[in-house]
Design a protein around this ligand. Structure first.
Ligand SMILES: *Cc1c(COP(=O)(O)O)cnc(C)c1O
Length: 375
């Protein structure tokens, strides 16, 4: 086997280096202030996010998971309620539904986009349905137009899991701004990454924003007088300071990622690999932000092992759909219930993607995948 240029799945260092002084300056400012929880840094970030995202309220949270959890709590969802969500996503989506005591009502995905299938959502609505939680997986939006139509007809709110999709659009409308609320993650590997855990809820509903602010601080208003049983879902000032430095660069980073994705497409075509490698598809009129560049390949696990041997980092997002997870056995599902979700779990492979990826690195990834397939 040829030795290749090693390519890590993710290289955060490349983004950090040019901003190092500015980031350390922002961190020093917080240290000097000795104000670490919420406060002026977090307020300033929230105002900046509201402007950048075009929403009335940006309510920061301690993580993307807590953003989803707090939103479900704020909408009063709990035992006896059903929440519709796709069977194929990161665990937090279904985990939060179960944590508030509601039942995740799992549905099938569209195999072309990996996002929730609106027809399956419509078929799953019952009198107990209290929310629909689509996921904008890998950075491309689920069909919010179809989902909002279902929401209008049924009166059920849509909570967008936009954790992988900051900056994504459907016909010019931004992810996380269309439903009752949008949940975002600033986990370091997301397109806008903090230096630790952090998250966000966006909403245009002032009452919901107020409830979220209560819940993230143990439901207290004023301090030590508890209106609700909330939690500690607060963002800390160090994360806010880091995100304030990074936010103005997000759009350029997104464009660089999109260019990187396009270059992968071209390389796969040039190498004649499109027969065996199903490339991610950007739906016309959508803006995919490529938090992940995910292909489908035959014999995925063997291909992945070969790429690892060739020094190329890859990952599987996600190997087990929710309906086959051990912790959801009580939902009573079996293999075969959601064939498209199962097929996605068995065939998808995420390749390295970040704006700083060089042509040589991308060529090494594509060549390694070609060699893995022909071995
Ligand atoms: C990252 C992610 C989350 C959770 O975000 P954290 O900040 O890691 O808690 C939820 N849903 C999806 C789809 C994600 O990708």
């Amino acid at each position: 086997m040829k030795t290749r240029l090693a390519v890590p799945l993710l290289d955060l260092e490349a983004q950090y280096r040019p901003l190092r002084d500015e980031l350390l300056g922002a961190i020093t400012r917080v240290c000097d202030s000795q104000r670490f929880i919420l406060g002026p840094e977090v307020d300033a970030l929230e105002r900046a996010l509201e402007r950048a995202m075009g929403v009335s309220h940006a309510v920061t949270m301690s993580s993307g998971t807590d953003a989803i959890l707090a939103t479900l709590m704020a909408l009063g969802i709990g035992p006896g309620d059903e929440v519709i969500t796709p069977s194929f996503s990161f665990f937090a989506t279904a985990g939060c539904i179960a944590r508030v005591g509601a039942t995740p009502r799992l549905v099938e995905i569209d195999p072309a986009t990996f996002n929730v299938d609106p027809a399956s959502v419509r078929a799953a609505v019952t009198p107990r349905t209290k929310a629909i939680v689509p996921v904008h997986l890998y950075g491309q939006m689920a069909d919010m137009e179809a989902l909002l139509e279902i929401a209008r007809e049924t009166g059920v709110p849509v909570i967008e899991d936009a954790c992988q999709a900051i900056g994504a659009e459907q016909h010019g409308r931004a992810a996380g701004t269309l439903g009752a609320a949008g949940c975002f993650s600033f986990f370091p590997s997301k397109n806008l990454g903090a230096f630790g855990d952090a998250g966000l809820v966006t909403t245009n509903d002032s009452a919901l924003a107020h409830e979220l602010k209560l819940l993230r601080n143990h439901g207290a208003e004023p301090k030590y007088f508890h209106k609700r049983i909330g939690g500690n879902f607060r963002m800390d000032a160090l994360q806010a300071a880091v995100l304030r430095v990074k936010l103005p660069h997000l759009d350029d980073w997104t464009e660089a990622r999109r260019a990187t994705a396009l270059r992968y497409d071209e390389l796969f075509l040039a190498e004649g690999l499109q027969q065996n490698v199903a490339l991610p598809r950007e739906i016309p009129g959508y803006r995919h932000i490529f938090n992940q560049y995910v292909v489908r390949v035959p014999q995925r696990d063997r291909v992945r092992a070969s790429m690892t041997d060739q020094g190329i980092g890859t990952e599987i997002y996600y190997p087990v759909p929710f309906h086959l997870q051990e912790c959801f056995a009580s939902l009573g599902h079996a293999r075969g219930d959601f064939p498209h979700a199962e097929d996605a779990a068995a065939t998808t492979l995420a390749l390295p993607i970040y704006g700083e990826l060089t042509f040589e690195q991308q060529h090494a990834v594509v060549a390694a995948l070609g060699e893995a397939l022909s071995a």
